[in-house]
Write a protein that binds this ligand. Structure first.
Ligand code: ZN
Length: 96
């Protein structure tokens, strides 16, 4: 990855006041992210288009919270593939 020199948050993690329906971030669970204060304060639903099949899907605020706080995902990682394509990549044809 080449995102090391960036200091701004990804576009789906705004630094403004949380809008209605936002899921608040638990900063205590984001201590694996070393960005000197640029931690997300909340998550909001993030619509995206799958780079593999072109399907439009929503990466929900709760999925983001789980990904960053429980799965300890990298803060720069955003959803780029729909659920079906992610599953297809994890389970090769030979496994069926
Ligand atoms: Zn897809």
């Amino acid at each position: 990855m080449t995102g090391d020199k960036y200091t701004l948050l990804p576009p789906h993690l705004p630094a403004d006041e949380p809008p209605p329906g936002a899921v608040l971030a638990d900063l205590g669970k984001l201590d694996h992210i070393n960005t000197y204060g640029d931690l997300p304060r909340y998550y909001i639903d993030y619509p995206f288009t799958c780079i593999d099949c072109g399907k439009r899907e929503v990466w929900t605020a709760l999925q983001q919270k789980w990904y960053y706080e429980e799965a300890k995902g990298h803060i720069w990682a955003v959803a780029v593939r729909c659920r079906a394509c992610r599953r297809a990549r994890k389970a090769p044809e030979s496994c069926r």
